[in-house]
Design a protein around this ligand. Sequence first.
Ligand SMILES: Cc1ncc(C[n+]2csc(CCOP(=O)(O)OP(=O)(O)O)c2C)c(N)n1
Ligand SMILES: [Mg+2]
Length: 560
Amino acid sequence: MQKMTGARYIAEALKGYEVTHVFFVPAILRRTMAEMEERTEIKRIRTNGEKAAAYMADGYARASGRPGVCMAQHVGALNLAAGLRDAHLAGCPVVAITGGATPLNKYRKAYQTNNDLMAFEHITKFNATVDSVSRIPDLLRQAFRLATTGTPGPVHLQFEGQEGQIDLNEAEMDRSTMVEKRYTRVPGFRPEPQMEHVRELAQVLAAAKKPVIVSGGGVRWSGAGKEVVALAEKLQIPIAHSLNGKGALPGTHPLLVGAVGRYSRKSANRVVQEADLVFYIGSQAGGMTTFAWQVPPFGKPAVQLDINPESLGRNYPVKASILGDAKVSLEKLIAVADGATAGSRREWVGRAQTIVAEWREEISPLLDSDAVPIRPERICKELTEMLPSDGLLVVDTGHAGMWAGGLFDLTKPDQGYIRSAGHLGWAFPASLGAKCGCPERPVFCFTGDAGFWYHIGEIETAVRWGIKAVIVVNNNHSGNQSSQGFKKAYNGKPTEKSCELWHLSKVNFAKIAEAIGAVGIRVERPAELRGAIERATAADRLVVIDIVTDINAVAPVAFI
Ligand SMILES: Cc1ncc(C[n+]2csc(CCOP(=O)(O)OP(=O)(O)O)c2C)c(N)n1
Ligand SMILES: [Mg+2]
């Protein structure tokens, strides 16, 4: 035991947990920040908004597999909470630290004070107050432990004091138990499944004539993409994936049919509809992946593998289920799977491949389109061809999620893909965090203009810290995904004034980027895309590629 301040302890513990960056808006844990400078190499990324700080920590975690850390003082706590919502939906380990009221200033209208704790309750796995400096060690350990185990997710610690200044206090602290290395990355544990459950599930698979795998985000966290492919090859099963699962699979594999559900690829939806059994692996079979339980319809025979028992059978009654880590469970399943049944699925695999070929033929004129203004499909094609061999694509929601989820392909084994789980504006800050988490990887972001506006001030953060990412903006001067919903709201006859609800200004983002010190490239013709991406890849700073696109280009609802 050694007497030390909370600030010193936190700085040393974060270093021990292999945290390389923290994302925050001042003033929070001021003394801890100073200790970090003195005792660690941790970069203290001061952002221009708390929500962006949370998204950066989220992107850092999804890219690196290590928990992301973000912080806000008491008055910024709910801004930070808003940013944890996507990490919660995506199951991503983020440790959020905020300041809170003190016993002396509670309930008396102290400046900037409110009780924020409940706001974190439904978006975190653990939501605790740190009311004594001597509780910092165990609560910090619990925070990292919970963030990285089971289904990963965000956690929140509210430190006493507007700025969490309880870190100034001293206590006897035990350095030897400061860090549990197991929880420095996901997965904290790889629980093994019960073999009888593995055999049961193998039997159901063996009996299926037309099975399909739906590979989810759990496969990405577990690093089980290779095992999914090996099982599919051994038994000859087509593979669809959720949007969270996209980054774990080779986009060019002959058994791959694409993203299933709402932001999807028509071929995947058709194959899942025709299947006689769906095998969900590391997927919650949620509304997005199943198009609100229409693909497949509720009642379709299913089997499931997940690390969290809550997921097993929740949305589709299961004929068999396995509880365990995806990678080790699949290794065992591959060992007992009956490869002799593979031949009986030749016709089914052929059918799936025909469906994929039909989809490709249908979409290729748009992928190759030379239209001006540029079609977003053409951007996806260029990104597929130009993303560096170890590049990571970070994708926003809405139309960006539809275009990239359905049309972009990972073509090299070391490429990656992460996406907003629903919050518009997530991708740009998340891509900056991703670059901090994986500095050696080229990071690209794909976003619409409405998505980019949310956190445009973070261009300044990226320039200040020399964070190099390439931001590809599909700039149709509107949030045009919303146009369809408004058309419906006007009973199919939108008025001229209804454009007010979704049109935005025509702005040149390249000029804004240049003014802040980033590289700005404006693209107006499809033939310029390649050169722009090449230039951006070679640049040494943040690059914004502002692509002028067609305001009338609307992504098809890829439902059968
Ligand atoms: C936080 C949040 N608010 C609102 C939405 C609803 N929403 C989904 S897409 C969209 C517009 C997207 O516009 P843009 O990023 O420019 O892409 P575009 O549709 O124009 O291609 C909106 C407002 C959302 N997903 N998240
Ligand atoms: Mg737009």
